[in-house]
Design a protein around this ligand. Structure first.
Ligand code: SF4
Length: 158
């Protein structure tokens, strides 16, 4: 896959394993963290080098000399890039998530069905985003009723 970046100006990205398998199981030790992924790539491409990450990037970015494309490594489990994250998601059930790891801040669908107008929705969004957890670890700790991550990524929209 990395060879693709030789001929094509594409960004090939690798992501750490994550606990969103729908079973709520958490990895006590993560085998393929962003460092091991990079070490593995280095074993094949020793000249790989770091390039600047765009603002709000969700990956650490690299390039191989002479290649047109770039390579990204997403530290999605070790959560070392949360400080610049500006992502929000709305699940198919209407739950607003300000972090992949939270259990939903409020339900947009329910608020709309209860007759909330645009200004009320805006207030709810601004408040939720203004109070977002500082990182994925805090978001996970704040999950409702202390429930562990148990949803599947397919229900979140990674
Ligand atoms: S804040 Fe949450 S969604 Fe954003 S990068 Fe961190 S773990 Fe991912």
């Amino acid at each position: 896959m990395v060879e693709l970046t030789k001929q094509y100006p594409v960004n090939v990205r690798f992501i750490e394993e994550m606990p969103f398998n729908g079973e709520g199981s958490h990895y006590p030790v993560l085998v393929w963290n962003h460092k091991t992924i990079l070490d593995y790539l280095k074993s094949y491409f020793p000249a790989i080098y770091k390039i600047p990450d765009p603002p709000h990037s969700t990956s650490y970015n690299y390039q191989i000399p002479g290649h047109q494309g770039t390579i990204g490594i997403i530290a999605a489990y070790t959560r070392t890039f949360c400080g610049t994250c500006n992502r929000i998601r709305i699940t198919p059930q209407g739950g607003l998530k300000t972090c992949l790891y939270d259990s939903g801040i409020f339900n947009v669908r329910d608020l709309m069905r209860a007759g909330a107008n645009d200004a009320e929705l805006e207030t709810a969004f601004v408040e939720a985003i203004g109070n977002r957890a500082k990182d994925g670890w805090e978001a996970e700790k704040n999950r409702q009723f202390g429930l562990p991550v148990s949803e599947s990524m397919s229900t979140i929209g990674g």
